[in-house]
Structures are given as structure tokens and as C-alpha cells.
Write a protein that binds this ligand. Structure first.
Ligand SMILES: Nc1nc2c(ncn2[C@@H]2O[C@H](COP(=O)(O)OP(=O)(O)OP(=O)(O)O)[C@@H](O)[C@H]2O)c(=O)[nH]1
Ligand SMILES: [Mg+2]
Length: 365
């Protein structure tokens, strides 16, 4: 499934500092020579491809990136200091376009690849550069050059990191709408979702992942029941599956034993359909998400889960949440992020921290 993540930003490199005209003024030296220093270089803006960044979502929040100007030169031969450069960390695979002309500028397809997005202005020259045998007291100096400014468009083809799985009405779309920027349709009838949809979940600065909402699966999907099972291919390449279970099915007069056996059956049905589509899918890490716990009193879900798990013997992670009231949701998303991050390794050593995030502890070099 093609999903294009996109962001348009502005980059403004810093202006060079001005050079100055000054003369040596010392005791007993009545006419000192020129001593005006050069201005410092303006900060440039670079981009570096970093495999630890998954999406472009941060660049939809922070659209304008400005580097500082260089310092002015000063008297007594002192040069102005250069300004610090800024490095924007982008996901590997990002293509950079000039947003105004549409021209493709860079294709960052390698971890660690570093490119110049906007060059800082050169500092101006101080008058000490203009001294010559015929002009020993030059008053010339030049201003700093302006930094480059550009509007850029980033484009990234993304695949889902996390895939949702479950029966119709389990609350998959509600969950995706609560935790990501996607707005899938939600309704209280089965098969509301007809096509998979991807959303970006942002868990912190420079931290995000992509989640895929897919249609509900039912028993016999392999034979074409419901919407069939072909859409399972969209979660074949994900790294983690979230298996959503409606843990508070509303069967008015059912007793607890009936509900418990229905829940056990629901989980098994999905596992069986997974195997029938592709046995490899069953080996993929899968977390069981007990959804809609807002409908149950606090202690009931634990008791119910104990009963369900007597038969189910679930070995992996289990989380009670409510996609609707968002109970347990942000913890779950952070745990998923941590889990995904743990699978990736190799930070870029030479990348400077992005100044926008420099105050965040997790961005310290
Ligand atoms: N109380 C409660 N209701 C929920 C929760 N999550 C979803 N619902 C309701 O359950 C119904 C189905 O939700 P959807 O998000 O459309 O479910 P789905 O799994 O995407 O369904 P399909 O797309 O048909 O497979 C809707 O009426 C939701 O409002 C929840 O956490 N608590
Ligand atoms: Mg849905």
C-alpha cells in the first residue's frame, strides 16, 4: 500500500556578520593602522538521513527553520564568531524537492547521508584587508552576505510499522483516530472500514511510527466471508501486530461464562484466519489489546481476563485500553515506540542535535 508522507518547510540560513572599519588607537602611536575584523559566517542548514526517524510528522509541526547570523567584526583585529549550523534529521528515503520549482534536489537513501539545504552567508571583510602601499588608512569594509532561503518539500513513502487486527466493530478505527493523524470512519455496524488506511502516531519529538487500520476479519474470511482476507497483505511487512478484542461485548442477557467463551473463540478465530492467509503472520509479534474497558467496572476486566486466559494461555503482551476514552492509550503508544526503537540500532554519531529539540533530554548527543 502506497502512503506518501509529506511536509513543506522553509529554511533560512543565517546572514554573514558585517566587516568593520576601525583603527589602532594606542598610547604613543598617534596614527595606528587599520584593525577592523571580518564578520563571522552565518549558520547553514543541513539535512542528514537518520534511520531512527520514521516519519515526517515533526516537520508538520515545525515548519520554519532559521539559522543565526554571524557576529560583526570588531576593532583590534578581532573577527566576528561564526554562527552554529543547524542539522535537520530526516527519515532514510526522504526525497527533497524545491517547493517552488518542483525540482528534485536530493534523495536521501542512505543512513548518515548529509546534504546542504541552505548555505549561510559569508562574513564581510574588515578594513584590515584593504591596506595597501598607497592607502594605509582604508575606510572600506564590506557587509556580510545574506544566507540562502528556500521553501522545500519533503516526500517519503512509508510502510506501516504496526498493523491492527480484529473482528469487525472491535474498535480498530476508533483507536487509529485517537492515536494518529488519520481520521478513518467509525460506526457501530460491521465492516465500516473497507480499505486499509495508514496513520502516523507521534509519541514525542523525533519519535513516531506508522499504524495501519484494516477491515475486520471474520471466520471463513479465507473463503471470502465478510470482506475476505486479501487485505492482510497490508500488514505482512509490519513489525508488530495489535490484535484488538472487544472485551465488553454487549450481549444483553449473556452470562459471564458465555461471554468468556465467546472472547476465547474470537481470539482463536483471528489466529486461525492469520495462519490460513500466511503462517508467517502467526510468528509475528502480536500484542493482545483488550478494548472498550471503559464499559467495565475496574475490577471486572481482571477477573474476566483471568477466566479467558485459563483457556487461551496467551504468552505475549496484554493491554487493557479504551480507544474511545483513551484510557491506557498513551502508555500503550509509548511502549510500542520503545519496542520498535529497541529493534533499531546505530545512532548517527556526527549528527548535531536538532536545535528545535535541543532542550529535550532524549535528544542530547
Ligand atoms: N465504549 C466504547 N466503544 C468503542 C470503543 N472503541 C470503539 N467503540 C465503538 O465501537 C463501534 C465500532 O468502532 P470502529 O472503530 O468503527 O470499529 P472497527 O474495528 O474499525 O470496525 P470495522 O471497521 O467495521 O471492522 C463504534 O460504535 C465505536 O464508537 C471503546 O473503547 N469503548
Ligand atoms: Mg474500522
Amino acid at each position: 500500500m502506497k502512503f506518501i508522507d509529506e511536509a513543506i518547510i522553509e529554511v533560512h540560513a543565517g546572514k554573514g556578520g558585517n566587516g568593520v572599519a576601525a583603527f589602532r588607537r594606542e598610547k604613543f602611536i598617534p596614527k595606528g593602522g587599520p584593525s577592523g575584523g571580518d564578520g563571522g559566517r552565518g549558520g547553514s542548514i543541513f539535512a542528514v538521513a537518520d534511520r531512527n526517524i520514521n516519519t515526517l510528522i515533526d516537520y508538520r509541526y515545525a515548519r520554519v527553520h532559521r539559522a543565526r547570523g554571524g557576529e560583526q567584526g570588531q576593532g583590534s583585529d578581532r573577527y566576528g564568531a561564526g554562527a552554529e549550523d543547524i542539522t535537520l534529521r530526516l527519515p532514510v528515503g526522504t526525497i527533497v524537492f524545491d517547493a517552488d520549482t518542483g525540482e528534485q534536489l536530493f534523495d536521501l537513501d542512505r543512513h548518515g547521508e548529509r546534504v546542504l539545504l541552505a548555505k549561510g552567508g559569508q562574513g564581510g571583510l574588515g578594513n584590515l584587508h584593504f591596506k595597501s602601499s598607497i592607502n594605509r588608512a582604508p575606510r572600506q569594509c564590506t557587509p556580510g552576505e545574506p544566507g540562502e532561503s528556500r521553501r522545500l518539500r519533503f516526500e517519503l513513502k512509508v510502510l506501516a510499522d504496526v498493523g491492527l487486527l480484529g473482528m469487525p466493530n472491535a474498535g480498530k478505527s476508533t483507536l487509529v483516530a485517537s492515536c494518529s493523524n488519520a481520521r478513518p470512519k467509525v460506526a457501530d455496524y460491521p465492516f465500516t472500514t473497507l480499505n486499509p488506511q495508514l496513520g502516523v502516531v507521534r509519541t514525542g519529538p523525533a519519535k513516531s511510527f506508522v499504524i495501519a487500520d484494516i477491515p475486520g476479519l471474520i471466520e471463513g474470511a479465507a473463503e471470502g466471508a465478510g470482506l475476505g482476507h486479501q487485505f492482510l497483505r497490508h500488514i505482512q511487512r509490519t513489525r508488530l501486530l495489535l490484535h484488538l478484542l472487544d472485551f465488553a461485548p454487549m450481549d444483553g442477557d449473556s452470562d459471564e461464562t458465555t461471554i468468556v467463551s465467546k472472547l476465547v473463540r474470537d481470539v482463536r478465530t483471528i489466529s486461525e484466519e492469520l495462519v490460513r492467509f500466511d503462517p508467517e503472520l502467526l510468528k509475528k509479534p502480536r500484542w493482545l489489546i483488550l478494548n472498550k474497558v471503559d464499559l467495565l467496572p475496574d475490577s471486572q476486566w481482571t477477573t474476566r481476563w483471568k477466566a479467558v486466559n485459563k483457556s487461551l494461555r496467551w504468552k505475549g503482551e496484554v493491554r487493557p485500553i479504551s480507544g474511545l476514552t483513551q484510557q491506557g492509550l498513551s502508555e500503550l503508544m509509548h511502549d510500542i515506540q520503545t519496542w520498535l526503537d529497541a529493534q533499531q540500532e546505530g545512532q548517527i554519531e556526527d549528527a548535531q542535535p536538532d536545535v528545535r529539540f535541543a532542550h529535550h533530554a532524549d535528544q542530547s548527543p
